[in-house]
Ligand binder design. Structure first.
Ligand code: SAH
Ligand code: SF4
Ligand code: F3S
Length: 437
């Protein structure tokens, strides 16, 4: 019987894809994936530290493994990702959870194989964090788990240092992959039947820094020229770097989805400056206008933070106003979380929890109302869904349209991996329901 692995992933899409790389490493070592943490011979926690609750979530789950480890001493527990990469956190983790066997960071994921082999031979825990990012590793063979969708890294790290954000400290400086490597990865994914390719980077518009050989719009154009029917998405774009050239490239190919995730964070210029975002609300609105000029049907999604240090009622109102103006098709909303080591952590006037709570509730209500309006406009219309999965409990196939809307439908044949035209007869919040036409 082969040995089993189980990976628990927290955080962003980048981490989800990194878990596929971890799965690839474990597969090479002869492990097979399993659904239950109890049966696994090796459990890997791929962690996130973007907000305090992401960290606490991981702590809670790692804590629950104490009992399982006591029952089976041979079970290997590894904790990697952004949480241990933070200053002094690996040591803290080891003190808190001495039964964890391997602790590694974001810069040495490619060495996990060696750590596991070493761990199989010795008792002592392995705690290995590398402070500096190394060269990009091109040998990783991810074990992909999300057919027909595939994620492709185009760059790593972030140089922006938004004052609230921990990412530049745990992901290092920007490094871009060579365009040839990206193009050949996408080509082979398309040849293997993948239908949606999402290009990943903390700030894809910075592609080209540290190793990239063309600009992001140029790279996107080259990818869109690859033969075959498939969709292209990319995330995340920083508004300060979003260019007219990118809007133009997006408008010229029917492969590139008419959806842009453009995190604005706040509508107040004072707060945007304190966040070190390097644009104003009117700069943002101008970028939206450029996008709409080239692609009138383009939908925009965003990230918003409430309760940043010093945020007044007026600042918050400016965020609500901007949300109304842009009319986002959906948005991720967050309460500011103080991250040790960032500039904002030392700012005076941290906002009381009850104030942030009230603001987030008001913001969520507004965003949800907009999302419902966006969904409702599909009723009676036909939209193309890329079928991702089958929900056996509900007897419905599901997938997304190019604007990222989730659609559910019935069909007599297995539609997974197919593009299917669906006539929508009902919209419910973020989800659409309909029949195959
Ligand atoms: N590189 C991307 C995504 C970063 S993390 C970008 O620049 O947009 C995703 C989102 O988490 C951010 O857009 C931001 O809205 C939110 N976020 C980051 N740090 C945060 C913090 N300290 N507190 C609350 N939300 C935060
Ligand atoms: Fe964080 Fe800003 Fe970099 Fe995004 S651009 S990862 S929010 S520092
Ligand atoms: Fe979290 Fe690291 Fe992503 S902190 S959001 S997993 S880059």
């Amino acid at each position: 019987m082969s040995k089993l692995f189980h990976i628990v992933t927290y955080g962003c899409q980048m981490n989800v894809h990194e878990s596929e790389k971890i799965a690839g490493i474990l597969h090479e070592l002869g492990y097979e994936s399993c659904d239950e943490i109890e049966s696994a011979d090796i459990v890997v926690f791929n962690t996130c530290c973007i907000r305090e609750n992401a960290e606490n979530h991981a702590y809670g789950n790692i804590g629950m493994l104490k009992k399982l480890k006591a029952e089976n001493r041979d079970k290997i527990i590894a904790v990697g990702g952004c949480l241990p990469q933070q200053m002094n956190k690996a040591e803290n983790l080891h003190e808190k959870f001495p039964y964890v066997d391997i602790i590694f960071g974001t810069h040495n994921l490619n060495k996990l194989k060696d750590y596991i082999i070493e761990k199989q031979k010795r008792k002592k825990p392995i705690i290995q964090i590398e402070e500096k990012e190394g060269d990009i590793c091109e040998d990783e063979k991810p074990l992909r788990t999300s057919y027909p969708n595939a994620w492709v890294n185009i760059m790593y790290g972030c140089n922006n240092f938004c004052s609230y954000c921990i990412v530049p400290y745990v992901r290092g400086r920007e490094r871009s992959r060579k365009s040839q490597n990206i193009l050949s990865e996408v080509k082979s994914l398309v040849a293997d039947g993948y239908k949606e390719i999402t290009l990943l980077g903390q700030n894809v518009n910075s592609y080209g820094n540290g190793g990239g050989d063309v600009s992001f719009p140029r790279l996107l154009k080259q990818i869109s020229e690859i033969d075959g029917k498939f969709r292209i998405r990319f995330m995340t774009s920083h508004p300060k770097d979003f260019s007219e050239e990118l809007a133009k490239v997006m408008s010229e190919s029917d492969k590139i989805c008419h959806l842009l995730h453009l995190p604005v964070q706040s509508g107040s210029d004072r707060i945007l400056q304190a966040m070190n975002r390097r644009y104003t609300s009117s700069d943002y609105l101008k970028k939206v206008d450029i996008l709409k000029k080239y692609i009138p049907d383009c939908e925009i999604t965003t990230d918003l933070i409430v309760g940043f240090p010093g945020e007044t009622e007026e600042d918050f109102q400016a965020t609500l106003d901007l949300v109304k103006k842009v009319d986002f098709s959906s948005a991720f909303t967050f309460v500011y979380s103080r991250r040790e080591g960032t500039k904002a952590a030392t700012m005076p006037d941290q906002i009381p929890e009850d104030v942030s709570k009230r603001r987030i509730m008001e913001l969520v209500d507004l965003v949800n109302a907009q999302t419902r309006v966006h969904s409702a406009k599909y009723v009676g219309k036909t939209t193309e869904i890329l079928c991702e999965d089958y929900d056996s409990k509900r007897g419905l196939y599901l997938g997304r349209n190019e604007y990222g809307r989730m659609g559910y439908f019935t069909s007599d044949t297995d539609e997974r991996g197919n593009f299917v035209d669906i006539k929508i007869n009902q919209a419910n919040g973020v989800s659409l329901y309909g029949d195959k036409v």
